[in-house]
Design a protein around this ligand. Sequence first.
Ligand code: FPP
Length: 253
Amino acid sequence: MSAPSATTAGIPRHVAIIMDGNGRWAARRRRPRMIGHRAGARAVNLCIDFCLERGVAALTLFAFSSENWGRPADEVGALMKLFLNALDREVAELHRRGVRVRFIGERGRFDAGIVARMDAAEALTAGNRRLTLAIAASYGGRQDIAAAARALAVEVAEGRLRPADIDEAAIARHVALSDLPPPDLFIRTGGDVRISNFLLWQLAYTELWFTDVLWPDLDRATLQQALDDFASRERRFGLTGDQVAAATPPETA
Ligand code: FPP
């Protein structure tokens, strides 16, 4: 992972989103929760369109947390089917539009059919550069950091790394999305004001933005509001406002 990122013309380079509120959206219509998730999938498309239009370089979506496996079996099964259908339906079009698709999280917990489609989507779109779409699936921030610690422990055990050389940069190299700038802007829909074990390491200096809008109700105006608010913020990365004003974008935390 590179240093905290500066913004270009007020547009965040990397946006990370917790897409919350599908269940409540359905409950308000007295419909099954899955109807909310299906409507949520449509909002995903709108969000990708918006990022492509605005020139956002990377979009990370929290689709399924490591904790979501604990939901009722019928909801988990239906969500898996939805992911499978979305992969079958959308990947060719994403490829056509220059989107690089990738997945972060414990891929091995998914059925072989889903894993095969994830692998195929990544392979097909690997050369695309217009937008990187990272889908967090069976992902947890603590698990991500634990995996990085394990990888570093292996390097130490094999004599390739000294414990004294384990620093922030070493951990940053091993957590998910290490090749992307960290998120500039985090958005959570659905009214809750928490991070819920999303990109814990990567969000250290991210600007946080919360809205009561339920994910399936997402529209361009809401996303634009988030971008406008982001553009108005002064990012100091631990420095003083005067230092930031005097300097070019900071390179260190
Ligand atoms: C949280 O809402 C949402 C999820 C756990 C699933 C997210 C899935 C989608 C948006 C659908 C498709 C996604 C892709 C990438 C194709 P919730 O169920 O926790 O809502 P609630 O808090 O109102 O119950």
